[in-house]
Design a protein around this ligand. Sequence first.
Ligand SMILES: Cc1cc2nc3c(=O)[nH]c(=O)nc-3n(C[C@H](O)[C@H](O)[C@H](O)COP(=O)(O)OP(=O)(O)OC[C@H]3O[C@@H](n4cnc5c(N)ncnc54)[C@H](O)[C@@H]3O)c2cc1C
Length: 478
Amino acid sequence: MSEPHNAQVHPETGSADILIVGGGLSGALLAGQLLRLPGRRRVVVLESRSELGRGEAYSAVELGHTLNGNAARMSVDPDNADDLTQWLTRYLADGGWPEAHEQGVPISELFPPRGLFGLYAQQWLAQAEALGAREGSTVRHVRGEVVDLEIDADGTLLTLADGRQLRGAYGVLATGMFPAARTPQTESSGLNAAALDPWDVQAMARLDPQARVLIIGSGLTMVDAVVSLEQAGHRGPIEVFSRHGLLPHVRRQPPVWEDFLARDPGIRSPRQLLRELRRQCRAAIAQGIDWQAPLDTVRAHIGRLWSQASDRQRRQFVRHVRPWWESHHHRSPPLSAELVARLHEQGRLRIHAASFQGLEPGAGGRLAIRIRRRGESHTTQVPGDALINSSGIEYDWRRVARALPRQLLARGLIQPGPLALGIAADPGGAVLDAQGQVSSRLFAMGPPLRGLWWESTAVTDVALQAKHLAARLAALPL
Ligand SMILES: Cc1cc2nc3c(=O)[nH]c(=O)nc-3n(C[C@H](O)[C@H](O)[C@H](O)COP(=O)(O)OP(=O)(O)OC[C@H]3O[C@@H](n4cnc5c(N)ncnc54)[C@H](O)[C@@H]3O)c2cc1C
């Protein structure tokens, strides 16, 4: 492999065939898939965290922060849907996760803690590493933040925050999700400094148990935050604010339903999809079957429908269907949902349809937020003792205040994806540069491809993408 630049390449980090930027679940699965394929290749994963395979999602330490799908749905191996169930069966037999037995459900129906899932992903990678070693393939974790990436005819050059550089034939952006630009009208750093980490139980344990907690956002991160508060001994009021005031539904285990979209490929627009889906849900309910059964069949088609849609149709979907899709499709694990429902019934947790306008100093050393309730034109100040921001993800890379996305945009190596969601790429994950040229050197997977597939984040999405991208990369010349 020829080397692209004359830059000083650090002797400890050196060069590789494939450089994967980001070692969360996506980066780890891609590395694992590359090691499983025949042939000899050197893979380097650049990750600022100390461990591969975890990212934010699977670094969780709290047992109550679980996957939002059961073991049967969360295999990292697209060729073996039972992989996680089989791993869990062995893990439980060895005495791990003893609390699982109290749930009294088959192992395939357990919702594992996300930290445990991280261990599973790591062991899957370790297994792949052992397989790859037989062919002379290697994977190495280089710890650090990648701040720049350059491409020339021969390959890719990465620069880390501490100045080290690495050369590789191909680069992959597996950089995951970036937290949302937190607030429209105040400096985001102000809100971030005032807000508690939704997963930091210890910080919450330092709160007065009767503290009035304000939570911005009502999705699955809010659900995790409520679990954290409960675990920390909080017993005071919780006020949740989100634009539509919708709570995630609970995930049940619906029976199989006919794949109506496979039968009728004529359904393309969001309006057609919604009309038919409502019809299917009504039919299911009339037969005493859970509405989640027809909804779950849509998942396999959402990428195709999204990629075929015009920008106008995509905008319609985002404007009119997205809040509904988020609360119905991204459902809550049952135990967490039970807690939220119980607190709601007790009146301790209230949900408000209101948009967050900004953070303000409150009276008497308290904090306050300004909100606009849905349907009202005036704003209202709401005082509280603590604040949790669970307002989601920033998918528009032009708004992400991190060095690498900025440099990639400034160098013209990437362009925003459809509706400025993530970055543009061909269906196989090769990124499009500012002129729309498909890169032969730079690829992406997972959340950066939100604009290409709409759903490009969940375990099953990234597991499948890792498999396909690995096959594509393995076929390229080194
Ligand atoms: C709290 C939470 C819970 C979730 N729960 C579920 C669930 O139950 N089920 C489900 O299907 N999905 C869930 N998800 C979705 C989840 O994001 C994906 O399953 C998966 O984590 C995506 O992996 P990723 O590697 O693409 O992204 P990430 O996990 O975000 O990992 C990206 C990694 O890239 C690193 N990185 C980024 N930029 C750089 C850089 N410039 N240099 C070096 N390193 C860099 C980051 O440090 C990070 O570790 C959850 C997400 C979150 C945040």
